[in-house]
Design a protein around this ligand. Structure first.
Ligand code: DGY
Length: 408
């Protein structure tokens, strides 16, 4: 593992573009929001100053309304589509117009705990920015207290079956011609289909036409889904923000109340029919009826669930290399297609942290599965849960960060 430690550090350095880290060369040549927060945690294992720089470059792209974008286009790269001109983001740095799961506050707390004397000033500066981002979610994205996504890319879980029904309602015939770049970097069988991509781009075009005005998007956007990823990560992030604020004597007014709203919201994602946390279409009220790896973020959010434990036991017994992103017993399961089955080390890290904190008997099983995957198949973007083989982009920042901070 000495060798793997070194390889993981090398990947972070190789993907470092000076103050920010790209997920992987070619496929993702910019700064991605939650990738960056994981990268920061990875850097903190050997260079805390660099870890803070990662979060600071991300927040330098924060919009006036508080949103922190999902991609920051620091430097143009023609190898990626859709780029800054397609998005038309209105922030201080060219960016996309949507956000991503808010894990930054949680990562900031973990980084702070590694070196408190170095971290204190950084945390004080970051705190109000995190607070504004979280408030933006509370203002614009709640449905019965659960947090919604307004584009499949926002959850980071692009083509999960959870979005199939709401995506089917979008008619993308006027999307126009465009050239995908992702399938020039990795095999198309591992990526979302053209059917999905037309709708992703159609949603981007709509946001751009509305200048990413949240009120107008709320009125017009046909895609609005209350999502376990967003709800559980924000609930957790708010708990960490409150703890940090209290420790540093900062203004934490209102955070405890917001946590209560999110706790109630999280319960509205419990689908009794499948006995699992699930995504719920905010427009139609319909359940996705999916057990995904996001369903297993409840412990990370500080919530216990016996029912979810049974589900985790079941899916881990079904595939050798969990946690699969989609139920392996579902007919929609596809072990290589991105978020329709593959195992993602970063989701395992969040699931595993939550389980460990609660001394859950399945905690070690999730960590060992992750460790084994990386030992056997390297630092790839994600893995086939049935045979453990590597899939997606290689030399991947967040998988390296998971190794350094937790799995290795
Ligand atoms: C992509 O380009 O596939 C990304 O997932 C968008 O965030």
């Amino acid at each position: 593992t000495i060798d793997l430690d070194e390889q993981a550090r090398d990947i972070l350095k190789m993907n470092d573009r000076g103050g920010y880290t790209i997920p992987t060369k070619g496929l993702y040549p910019y700064q991605w929001n939650w990738d960056s927060a994981f990268a920061a945690l990875g850097f903190a294992q050997f260079n805390c100053a660099r870890a803070w720089a990662e979060l600071e470059t991300l927040f330098s792209a924060q919009w006036a309304d508080g949103m922190v974008p999902h991609i920051v286009f620091h430097k143009a790269d023609p190898g990626y589509y859709p780029g800054p001109d397609v998005w038309g983001g209105t922030g201080p740095i060219p960016s996309s117009g949507i956000t991503q799961p808010p894990i930054a506050a949680t990562m900031a707390r973990l980084i702070f705990e590694k070196d408190q004397s170095l971290g204190e000033e950084h945390m004080r500066t970051l705190f109000p920015k995190l607070r504004r981002w979280h408030s933006w979610f509370m203002q614009w994205r709640l449905d019965q207290g659960a947090v919604c996504v307004t584009h499949p890319w926002e959850a980071g879980r692009d083509n999960t079956p959870e979005w199939d029904a709401p995506m089917a309602r979008i008619d993308p015939t006027d999307v126009g011609e465009y050239v995908r770049r992702d399938t020039q970097h990795v095999d198309g069988s591992m990526r979302p289909t053209k059917y999905d991509y037309d709708r992703y781009i159609w949603l981007v075009q709509m946001g751009r036409r509305l200048h990413w005005d949240q009120q107008k998007l709320l009125d017009e956007n046909p895609f609005r889904v209350a999502d376990p990823t967003m709800t559980f990560t924000l609930l957790r992030a708010q708990r960490d923000l409150l703890a940090m604020g209290q420790m540093l004597g900062l203004d934490v007014d209102g955070i405890a109340e917001e946590i209560e709203i999110l706790e109630q919201g999280a319960q509205t994602l419990w689908n009794p029919e499948i006995e699992s946390f699930d995504a719920r279409d905010a427009h139609s009220g319909e359940w996705a009826n999916c057990v995904s790896n996001a369903s297993f973020l409840c412990w990370y959010a500080g919530l216990d669930s016996e029912g979810q434990t049974k589900q985790l036991q079941r899916v881990l017994d079904k595939v050798q290399y969990g946690v699969p992103s989609h139920d392996p017993e579902s007919d929609k399961f596809d072990g290589r297609r991105y978020w329709r089955g593959p195992t993602w080390a970063v989701m395992n890290l969040l699931i595993g942290l939550g389980l460990e904190e609660r001394n859950h008997p399945l905690a070690e099983r999730v960590r060992i599965a992750t460790k084994t995957l990386i030992e056997e198949s390297g630092f790839s973007e994600y893995f086939d849960p049935t045979d453990g083989s590597a899939a997606g982009g290689q030399g991947f920042t967040w998988t390296a960060a998971v190794w350094l901070s937790w799995a290795g």
